[in-house]
Design a protein around this ligand. Structure first.
Ligand SMILES: C[S@@+](CC[C@H](N)C(=O)[O-])C[C@H]1O[C@@H](n2cnc3c(N)ncnc32)[C@H](O)[C@@H]1O
Length: 310
């Protein structure tokens, strides 16, 4: 994929009109009555309109502070200290290997086309997986520029050719409706300000029968996690309220037509996967047949799983 290819998917985040790439000025420009331009810097297309405000400003600052090695050590449990911190925050570090498998298990079950990885963060869990999916073109997106720069280093090192990096706000995605065959949203819902708006946008840009999967921090599973992350984490800007309970999150997915959701819960982290309803397809065709690999092992939710025999 190149800038011209990406431009075909884009809609101006300010006015919604179509966009084109102008190589002479390294910018995407919209076709609206007022010209909005968005720069590409260091191969990162900056599609954010305006400056961060309110809650987003706080979240952005928090990730600015920890972007890079410190973040990656912490989330991958690199040292004994990091694993201890993971245990303190989450009561376990068993979910970490599943984060490395998640993109592959979702992407390998998607139709060829475009795939959105948001928030990509530093790409620590996903950047190494893009090259394994030659049928997909990946948009790796995040709000935070520093996090994206870290992800870019990984993409550059591997020279994958099927990845574009985009700075964007999940609450107003600069993509046309039904653009993506698949979407991964890993560890984002705890941080996104206005998670309901984020879900609206993710459902809008997903194709009918497209797959949406991810991992999400859910409230009400472990007292210490809710105290340290839900309360203290949100003071520091790393987490944003409201943080959903399991049933609340599933209801939000269902309300946006994400069906046949399967889940696997490890303490306060819930992995989920579902498909967007396809009005054209018969009910039988929309039933999930190939569940997320990491979910297959142990569907631990109380949520009734779809009966594949129906
Ligand atoms: C906990 S990190 C997860 C990153 C990556 N998926 C991972 O698991 O390492 C949360 C990310 O959400 C991003 N983020 C916060 N608000 C956002 C928004 N409005 N739009 C897009 N990304 C956002 C942050 O910049 C941060 O990189």
């Amino acid at each position: 994929m190149n800038h011209e290819g990406l431009a075909q998917l884009l809609r101006c985040p300010a006015c919604g009109s179509e966009m084109r790439y102008r190589p002479r000025v390294y910018s995407y420009c919209c076709d609206g009555r007022v010209l909005h331009t968005y720069r590409v810097k260091d191969q990162i297309a900056d599609l954010v309109h305006g400056e961060p405000e309110g809650r987003q400003k706080r979240v952005n600052k928090a990730f600015e502070r920890i972007a890079g090695r410190m973040y990656e050590k912490n989330v991958t449990g690199a040292t004994a200290f990091d694993r201890f911190m993971s245990w303190l925050m989450w009561g376990t570090s068993k979910f970490i290997p599943l984060l490395f498998e998640l993109l592959d298990s979702v992407a390998s079950d998607c139709e060829p086309g475009y795939f959105l990885d948001i928030p990509v963060g530093t790409g620590v869990f996903t950047a190494g997986e893009y090259s394994l999916q030659p049928n997909l073109d990946f948009i790796a997106a995040d709000y935070n520029r520093k996090m994206l720069e870290e992800a870019f280093e990984k993409v550059l090192a591997e020279d994958f050719g099927n990845v574009m990096l985009v700075r964007t706000d999940v609450r107003s995605l600069p993509f046309a409706d039904s653009s993506f065959s698949g979407i991964l949203t890993m560890n984002g819902f705890g941080s996104f300000p206005e998670p309901a708006r984020a879900l609206d946008e993710l459902a809008r840009v997903l194709k009918p029968n497209g797959k949406m999967a991810g991992s999400v921090y859910i409230r009400g599973e472990r007292f210490l996690t809710d105290l340290l992350l839900g309360r203290m984490g949100s003071w520091f800007g790393l987490f944003s309220r409201p943080i959903y309970k399991e049933q609340e999150f599933l209801a939000e997915l269902e309300a946006r037509g994400i069906n046949n959701v399967v889940t696997r819960k490890i303490k306060s982290i819930m992995f989920f996967s579902g498909r967007k309803a396809d009005p054209q397809a018969s009910a039988a065709e929309t039933l999930e047949t190939a569940d997320l690999i990491v979910l297959d092992a142990q569907p631990a939710s109380e949520v009734p799983l779809p009966d594949a025999t129906q």
